[in-house]
Design a binder for this molecule. Structure first.
Ligand code: SF4
Ligand code: SF4
Length: 131
């Protein structure tokens, strides 16, 4: 969806194109039709087009909302004890492939507790020297 949107009052006068300080607006006349064009990567969101439009045709509010567009949504892996989000499922798959072993999902706090429990229950037998 374009951030630059006009309502049906736009008559193609090009005042917005001629007054855009960032050259973010352009137009193309082709096959008896005029098309307004807007380039968001150039646009400074200054509002000049909105101010000069004699038709009050520019819906400037679209420049202001959707400041954060969602790019991708991925499933989360959570700590097996407290449920704190840790990392994404695809990230876990990447790490598992690289390390060729699957890590148990625990947050740092519960990782320490689980490690301490494991150490307490699996003490080394006689002859084992801890390094
Ligand atoms: S200044 Fe307004 S009416 Fe003129 S082309 Fe731009 S949006 Fe349309
Ligand atoms: S907001 Fe400013 S920079 Fe963006 S198109 Fe309008 S006049 Fe150009």
């Amino acid at each position: 969806m374009s951030f630059f949107q006009v309502n049906d009052r736009c008559n193609g006068c090009l005042a917005c194109v001629q007054n855009c300080p960032a050259s973010a607006l352009d137009y193309e006349d082709q096959n008896n039709r005029r098309t307004l064009q807007h380039n968001m990567s150039l646009c400074a969101r200054c509002g000049q087009c909105w101010r000069v439009c004699p038709q009050q045709a520019i819906e400037f509010q679209h420049f202001l909302k959707s400041a954060w567009d969602e790019v991708v949504t991925l499933d989360l892996v959570r700590c097996g004890v407290c449920g704190e989000p840790l990392y994404t499922v695809p990230f876990k798959q990447t790490v598992t492939e690289r390390r060729k072993t699957e890590a148990d999902p625990f947050c740092p706090k519960h990782r320490r507790e689980v490690d301490a429990l494991v150490r307490a229950h699996f003490r080394p037998g006689p002859g084992f020297e801890e390094r």
